[in-house]
Design a protein around this ligand. Structure first.
Ligand SMILES: Cc1cc2nc3c(=O)[nH]c(=O)nc-3n(C[C@H](O)[C@H](O)[C@H](O)COP(=O)(O)OP(=O)(O)OC[C@H]3O[C@@H](n4cnc5c(N)ncnc54)[C@H](O)[C@@H]3O)c2cc1C
Length: 541
């Protein structure tokens, strides 16, 4: 069985005293940035505080099962695509993808079910079965998200430029170049297409992929996700940990390393330039350039020294942004293969009804109200290698929203020592969610072998995200114009990468890694990185 943990445990003597670049955090954005820099000839050190690399793309094992954490499905990579090519380059062809069932998502609004079927025409035909009078609207919608997707490079182009130019472009020029839908909320755009509220509820049935209801979310985010999955979903062969495992050798070949148990305490700043990092154990490692993949909030609240925080007035910038939702998740293991249990790989999105905004509001006001969204994924079925590694077993994951404020009673407690009342709370929540699963799939009731519950406190503990947020910053319309989210920061030689400089999602974070690499290379950065992606020859296996 492949070891699910990736990266090399940090020890003072294992690290060099100087690197070309240090990447703090080994999420999808950090690994992409580090691998691209390595392929461009740099020696890169990635420092990850967790016991394994990968950020939200890591997987973990317990009680004879393995679960992914933040990779349930990824679009485009199983087809000829930019995303697929970038993965091929940074993993040097080692990472393989398995396509999911054609019905990648099932949207369930109360008693009604709607399938999202891979392929533009299939998608349209399936939805038209439910909305025969709305064929034109559905076609217009699909054309709109395809157009948005085509124009997306223009929307994000400023992130690849040096900071001053990029922010000028983001603030002024792109508004002139792009249609208004890029600057509107999902609900505003969709209500411009149709009055059919049920159709809108169905089309927005993947809002859990970024965590914001249609009234609050930028339509860019909606359109990118809808288009991302339009050709179906895919999953890494061998499980989510294969993402980090297959990229790390690229970084090592460049003379670098990916260290785990390596928490960075603070940036080292001398003469107004970032010159390296100070680790929590006091070690100092120097580098010509430092890149943060720990998210904007963690960057400004935890690793930017107080003097720079004040100098750059970052608190004011942070006030304009908000953290995304937190989650409560079930990781369940079952005795029996997918075939024996009658499972398939379609994700389920279970909503009380189509009133996404109302359900969310009621839930935030009253945690005992119906969950505004319950997502169910079947990871073991998505991985064709699963049966070789875990014969006779299956896994299910259930995700719902939560709120850090509901966990105030356990402030200051730590993992596995939060007390009996916390365990009871988790048990109640777990039973409630498992019951939703059993109602839909009664055959699973007798097959359950083990399950555990994670809360926002788990995300806080493992990921260091203060409020247990799972998608970085929220994707409201104004977020995308914020100059503080540019990859090149005000501090010389210090950059940011990952989902907060682009969008949430594995693909979004990966593109963050790409754009950060571009912006690190000045005006010619875009050309240099595109050339690498074009010319790079994948080594023979
Ligand atoms: C439950 C869930 C389900 C999801 N499902 C999907 C999905 O199906 N498809 C999809 O595309 N996306 C999904 N996502 C989103 C996707 O996983 C993330 O958006 C993406 O992986 C984020 O990547 P990132 O590069 O921004 O960094 P992150 O993954 O957030 O990584 C940041 C890293 O920084 C480390 N770090 C923090 N502080 C320090 C420090 N001081 N020193 C050193 N290291 C530090 C953290 O430990 C972490 O490893 C899901 C996310 C979650 C949580």
């Amino acid at each position: 069985m492949a070891q699910v943990r990736t990266g090399r445990r940090y020890r003072t003597k294992r690290a060099d005293s100087h690197y070309d670049a240090i990447v703090i955090g080994s999420g999808m954005g950090g690994l992409t940035n580090a691998a691209l820099l390595s392929l461009l000839g740099k020696k890169v050190c990635v420092l990850e505080q967790h016991y394994t690399a990968g950020g939200f793309t890591h997987a973990y094992e317990r009680n004879g099962y393995e679960w992914d954490v933040g990779v349930h499905y990824i679009g485009e990579v199983h087809k000829p695509s930019t995303l697929g090519r970038i993965f091929d380059v940074i993993s040097q062809g080692r990472l393989k993808w398995a396509e999911m069932d054609p019905v990648y998502d099932k949207i369930i609004l109360g008693d009604e079910e709607f399938d999202f079927v891979a392929g533009r025409d299939n998608f349209i035909e399936e939805l038209c079965k439910h909305f025969p009078d709305d064929r034109q609207v559905i076609q217009d919608y699909i054309e709109l998200i395809r157009k948005m997707s085509r124009l997306t490079p223009k929307f994000f182009m400023g992130q690849a430029m040096p900071r001053g130019l990029g922010n000028f472009y983001n603030r002024f020029l792109r508004r002139l170049l792009l249609p208004k839908e890029f600057f509107q909320t999902t609900r505003v755009v969709l209500e411009g297409l149709t009055n059919n509220q049920k159709l809108i509820s169905v089309l927005t049935g993947q809002w859990g992929d970024h965590g914001q209801v249609p009234e609050d979310a930028s339509f860019v985010m909606h359109a990118l996700i809808a288009k991302h999955y339009l050709a179906g979903g895919a999953y890494p062969v061998g499980g989510a940990s294969e993402i980090a495992r297959t990229i790390i050798p690229t970084i090592q070949q460049g003379g670098g390393e990916v260290f785990t148990y390596a928490e960075v305490d603070e940036l080292l700043v001398e003469n107004n330039q970032c010159v390296g990092v100070k680790m929590v154990n006091g070690d100092e490692i120097r580098a010509d350039q430092v890149i943060s993949n720990v998210g904007f909030m963690n960057t400004v609240e935890r690793i930017l020294p107080a003097a720079q925080r004040q100098q750059y007035n970052v608190n004011k910038e942070a006030e304009k942004l908000q953290r995304s939702s937190a989650s409560l998740c079930i990781y369940a293991g079952f005795k029996g293969t997918a075939e024996e249990l009658g499972l398939n790989s379609t994700n389920l999105w279970i909503y009380p009804d189509g009133d996404h905004e109302g359900n969310m509001k009621r839930f935030l006001d009253d945690p005992d109200a119906a969950a505004p969204l319950i997502y169910v994924s079947f990871p073991s079925i998505k991985d064709p290698d699963w049966d070789n590694r875990f014969p006779g077993k299956s896994t299910v994951e259930i995700v719902t929203l939560s709120n850090i404020d509901w966990f105030k009673a356990w402030d200051g407690t730590t993992w596995q020592q939060r007390g009996e009342d916390y365990e009871q709370y988790k048990q109640q929540q777990g039973e409630r969610l498992m019951e939703v699963l059993f109602q839909r799939m009664p055959q699973l009731r007798d097959a359950i072998d083990y399950y555990e519950v994670s809360t926002p406190l788990s995300t806080q503990f493992y990921q260091l995200n203060k409020e247990g947020e799972i998608y970085g910053l929220d994707h409201f319309v104004e977020r995308f114009g914020q100059s503080c989210l540019h990859p090149q920061t005000k501090l010389k030689n210090f950059y940011m990468t990952g989902s907060d400089v682009m969008t949430a999602g594995v693909g979004g974070a990966l593109m963050g890694g790409l754009f950060t690499t571009m912006s690190m290379h000045g005006l010619r950065g875009s050309k240099i990185v595109k050339q690498l992606l074009k010319d790079y020859k994948i080594p023979e296996a």
